[in-house]
Write a protein that binds this ligand. Structure first.
Ligand code: COA
Length: 337
């Protein structure tokens, strides 16, 4: 076995790499989140970003089969001490040291890149005990331990019309606001306000003991991320604007991998001084209404919420989201040698 870096111009290699990712998710996680090949390929083919570098590795057998894969994310302008990683070993090749070999290569890259903190998300289905999780045992053996937890919640679609109408009662509590909806690109007139909310989101989202600093999102960064995301993903964004003074009070974003049947409820934020008017529900509902109208083939929505984030958790259970997995973010902080 040798560890190689994925050549993204090699279509066969891209397919083989993605197949390992997909087979792994389907084997381990009955309610796992999956991107589509199309969304993966489009992201892989993008040129370098000034904000972010992704390294994709494969553990290749002598015959050229991929036994396992890894993806390493390196932020380039903030959090330059940090690397986030994901390792997937094909179910037929477990307990043979493949995962460890990929991790050792990642350690070498991190040392060369001066990254001292390593983080990874691990998923435990709700019916499995954390003590028995291969992912957590594997991580602990390499010195990575849980520092943050979230529930991975899934909402089956389509939602019944009566349920949508019930949720629409949030409208009455937030009549002072208009909701504006857009797709992959925020309209120029709202872009400064949207950047302020994205920056606030980065500060407010609970991250436990993860050694990560909030990001500042300026217009240049937002435009760059919108352009890259839209290559492989469709976005639906709803934002609330107070009628009296046009101040933005919050936003919610859905992302859909191109092709496929799933969608992800990504950020939802209500700015501190606008809380208490059920804006979170109204904004999420606005994105769901667009999803239902424009993408009727999507059969589930996925989201992630910290169990102690009571306001957001309650909003999600009102929609009918059910906890299917616990996400443990594991971390190793080591001084560089
Ligand atoms: C977790 C995962 C990457 C491990 O890959 P692997 O190639 O089987 O791991 P290794 O063979 O290198 O195992 C190293 C050690 O991890 C521990 N470990 C791995 N799988 C385990 C399991 N099912 N039960 C108990 N311990 C386990 C053991 O200590 C093992 O050493 P040993 O085999 O000498 O006892 C693999 O199960 C996988 O892809 N799971 C799904 C995706 C995932 O959860 N990734 C981890 C997040 S980055």
């Amino acid at each position: 076995m040798e560890i190689i870096e994925l050549d993204v111009r090699d279509t066969n290699a891209l397919h083989a790499w993605f197949r390992v990712e997909q087979d792994t998710v389907r084997h381990d996680r009955p309610f796992g989140w999956e991107r589509t090949y199309e969304s993966f390929e489009q992201s892989a083919l993008l040129g370098p970003s000034p904000y972010h570098r992704i390294v994709r590795l494969a553990a290749s057998s002598q015959g050229g089969d991929y036994l396992g894969i890894a993806e390493l994310h390196l932020s380039l302008q903030d959090n330059t001490h940090l690397a986030t990683l994901e390792i997937s070993v094909h179910p037929e090749h477990r307990r043979a040291g493949v995962g460890t070999a990929l991790f050792r290569e990642i350690e070498l890259i991190c040392a060369a890149e001066q990254r001292s903190t390593l983080c990874a998300e691990t998923y435990v289905p709700t019916e499995t005990s954390a003590e028995e999780s291969a992912a957590l045992l594997f991580a602990a053996g390499l010195g990575l331990f849980p520092v943050h937890q979230e529930d991975h919640l899934v909402l089956d679609l389509p939602m019944a019309d009566e349920h949508m109408a019930e949720l629409d009662s949030a409208h009455a509590a937030s009549e002072d606001y208009d909701v504006i909806v857009w797709g992959d690109r925020c309209p120029d007139e709202h872009v400064e306000a949207f950047c302020r909310m994205r920056t606030q989101m980065s500060q407010d989202v609970p991250t436990g003991e993860i050694d990560v600093s909030p990001q500042v999102v300026d217009v240049e960064r937002l435009r760059a991320s919108e352009a890259r995301l839209s290559a492989g993903w469709i976005s639906i964004v709803a934002a609330a604007r107070r009628r009296s003074d046009s101040v933005m009070g919050g936003y919610s974003q859905l992302v859909l991998p191109r092709g496929g049947e799933l969608a992800m409820q990504d950020d939802t934020l209500v700015m501190p001084e606008h809380r208490g008017s059920r804006l979170g529900t109204r904004l999420k509902l606005a994105t769901l209404q667009v999803l239902t109208r424009d993408h009727p083939g999507r059969r589930a929505l996925h989201t992630w919420t910290e169990p102690d984030n009571h306001a957001m958790y309650r909003t999600n259970t009102d929609f009918g989201y059910v906890a299917r997995e616990r996400m443990y973010e594991v971390q190793r902080k080591a001084p560089l040698e």
